[in-house]
Design a protein around this ligand. Sequence first.
Ligand SMILES: *Cc1c(COP(=O)(O)O)cnc(C)c1O
Length: 368
Amino acid sequence: MARATLTIDLAAIAENWRRLATLCAPAETAAVVKADAYGLGVARVAPALWAAGARTFFTALPEEAATVREVLGPAAALYCFNGMAPGDAALLRAFDIRPLLNSPGQIAAARAAAAGEVSDAPLRCGLQLDTGMNRLGLEADELAAVLDDPRGLDGLAPDLVISHLACADDPADPMNAAQSAAFAAMTAHPRLSRLRRSLSATGGALLGPDWRHDLVRPGIGLYGGLPFAEAAPVVRLSVPILQIRAVAAGEAVGYGAAWRADRETRVATISAGYADGLIRAMGGRARVFHGGRALPALGRVSMDLITVDVTEAPGLAPGDALELLGPRQTIDALAGAAGTIGYEILTSLGSRYARRYEGGEAIPLAER
Ligand SMILES: *Cc1c(COP(=O)(O)O)cnc(C)c1O
């Protein structure tokens, strides 16, 4: 095969969800499946999470949530972080998606949509609050204005109030406590007393019981990324060697002749590049594995190719595969070489790989 293979371990995703669910109980552990389940394929990932026990799912966009509805059927609770635009009401109703309303404008749009409908069932939704990240969500004064207006939520049936932590991957960051206090103060209003509360994604869920409220919203931890250090690895990326050549001392390899041999070097050219999400900025800092042996990438990453120094692995031949992601090199390790985060490695993984899913048959907890 001249094509790289991306293997996605659905059993590992299910296991990571269970570990977090056990840790966070009695809080509910939901699952964040935005951006096509962090690039891993929501049509396969969402059913594996459902089989593991997840019942509440979050996406960014209403359209993404509609896909989850088609995959999971009517019983899942679906929320979208980005809330709604005025034109989204029909989609939200048709697919029973709860937008997390983010601003007075979104609340007004949701009320107008509900008022203009034939159905007099209130529109199910949630509220998203800004507690210091200044990205999405109602400010304290905006929330107070809505709640102090007896008609401020007419036509709406909110059942969840969320906010999001900016620095939860660093337990020592004082921003965590400041945001937690702001969340407590903003949600103390009696009109919010029957709504469920959710502050934490993966990082916050790991900070401890005080951060878990009624529901936690992990994404990256399900997919094997930090800050969930105990996560089982989920992806393996195996890239075949197309050619191996001997490069004499003084010869150059790749674009810009950016690498030059200072001794005779065996160079393998492997079949994946930046068009496959192998970020060009990692250049010669990346490592590629043959069994337990780390082999250094050299020169620049091309669109479709990467060159690797295989001098130390003399048995290799064209057609053999080298591993770029797997237990020996996690998404976070590769991210380190590229100056980014595991999230970006996952969501950049391209569409050219042969994708293999394994572990799709969910094994009930009792039988593990
Ligand atoms: C993406 C996102 C999450 C999940 O975050 P992870 O760090 O991947 O666990 C949770 N909540 C919100 C609002 C998000 O945007």
